[in-house]
Design a protein around this ligand. Structure first.
Ligand SMILES: Nc1ncnc2c1ncn2[C@@H]1O[C@H](COP(=O)(O)OP(=O)(O)O)[C@@H](O)[C@H]1O
Ligand SMILES: [Mg+2]
Length: 372
């Protein structure tokens, strides 16, 4: 018996902390979430990122047990959680709509999930003190939430979500109400604590910068579906769809037609000639396609400075502005394509003027067949 138990515990420890299979939610005729799969490893920080209405909250609420799925199953730490009540699930929650209880002290607020689990009083006292020290607010235990700043209240809510050492912590836009500087600070604080304590977090935001800053992996959502799930750098440099390329960062778009496909690269005919780029989905010669290039990948060169093999479009400089650390140049091509180029601001580099070649490598040029 002992061996069996040890083995199953070891398997639970090695397996995913959270697993979701084929989960969906339908309201009447429309889907809030189409059948989706998701897996989180121990200690991972995964963010659901997407526009408003894409199904992020619905997915999180189903994992929390607050919304009943139309199909699919959920496992938390290897145990089936589908059908369990929210309080039976081994999760912590930090939601905007799940604020601190104003009539309870900080200590009572943090103790709440432990009381629900029936932990003895002396152990509750120790656990609350320990987590208060972890969030660097060791002496606010007897205060009321109204006596704390917004940032401190946020940290107490964070403490409450982790105090019972749940398998997974679920956070839905917990920083949305904070001003920018406090939000940036809290992003770092949550990430540091998550890494120090090796907590598994599923986080929701519609802010791409927040998702890029905090996450091990991003689960990009669009129109009730998971669009792509990948590490931030992969999502940025190798988006699989036009939506993904447009949602994370900026992109210039050039319409064209595929002429040839070879070794994952596509040759594309457009209004000014030919381009070569990485084919990000499947497309065949003759298919319409969309070419996307990041502003920071575009260099403005004199025609005699072009390197062989580089993509280049003739252009004129329409405007040039210093935004701060970066400068932005708007370029017009004779065929009417507008391109935006971004460079680091540099005192010794003169502002570009007149006719230039807008140049970029084939690796920085992403080609999407029409169905993406
Ligand atoms: N209780 C509900 N009844 C009907 N439609 C809902 C309900 N909850 C959410 N929806 C719809 O489901 C979609 C996804 O909502 P939601 O998960 O809240 O998106 P997000 O969190 O990404 O903004 C939206 O179109 C929303 O209107
Ligand atoms: Mg939401």
């Amino acid at each position: 018996m002992t061996t069996t138990k040890t083995t199953s515990q070891a398997m639970a420890a090695a397996g995913p902390k959270l697993q979701v299979r084929g989960i969906s939610k339908r309201y009447g005729d429309s889907y809030a979430l189409r059948a989706s799969d998701l897996e989180l490893r121990q200690g991972e920080f995964v963010t659901l990122l997407g526009p408003s209405g894409s199904g992020k909250t619905t997915l999180l609420m189903m994992i929390a047990g607050l919304v009943q799925p139309s199909s699919g199953d959920i496992w938390i730490d290897g145990q089936v959680a589908t059908g369990q009540q929210p309080y039976q699930r081994d999760v912590g929650m930090m939601f905007q709509s799940y604020a601190l209880f104003p009539h309870m002290t900080v200590g009572e607020n943090i103790a709440f999930p432990l009381k629900m689990k029936g932990m003895p009083k002396d152990r509750i006292r120790d656990a609350v003190q320990e987590v208060l020290e972890q969030i660097k607010l060791p002496s606010v235990r007897n205060r009321f939430p109204s006596e704390l700043s917004g940032g401190q209240q946020q940290r107490i809510a964070l403490a409450r979500s982790i105090v019972h050492r749940p398998s997974v912590v679920l956070m839905d836009e917990p920083l949305a109400a904070l001003d920018k500087s406090l939000r940036t600070h809290m992003q770092m604080e949550i990430r540091q604590l998550q890494q120090a304590l090796n907590i598994t977090v599923l986080y929701v935001t519609h802010d791409q910068e927040e998702a890029m800053t905090m996450s091990d992996r991003i689960c990009l959502m669009n129109e009730a579906r998971i669009e792509q799930m990948a590490a931030p750098s992969e999502l940025y440099f190798a988006p699989r769809t036009v939506f993904a390329a447009g949602f994370l960062g900026e992109s210039n778009t050039i319409e064209g037609r595929v002429e040839a496909v070879r070794n994952g690269m596509a040759e594309v005919r457009h209004a000014h000639g030919m381009l070569e780029g990485r084919l990000m989905n499947t497309a065949n010669p003759g298919d319409a396609c969309r070419v996307m290039v990041r502003p920071e990948a575009i260099r403005m060169l004199a025609p005699d400075r072009l390197t062989p093999g580089m993509n280049a479009l003739p252009a004129t400089v329409a405007s040039h502005v210093i935004c701060g650390a970066t400068s932005r140049t708007l370029l017009h091509t004779p065929g009417g394509v507008g391109l935006s180029a971004v460079q680091l601001t540099c005192r010794s580099t003169p502002a570009p003027t007149g006719p230039v070649m807008a140049a970029f490598t084939a690796q920085d040029c992403l080609v999407f067949g029409a169905q993406a």
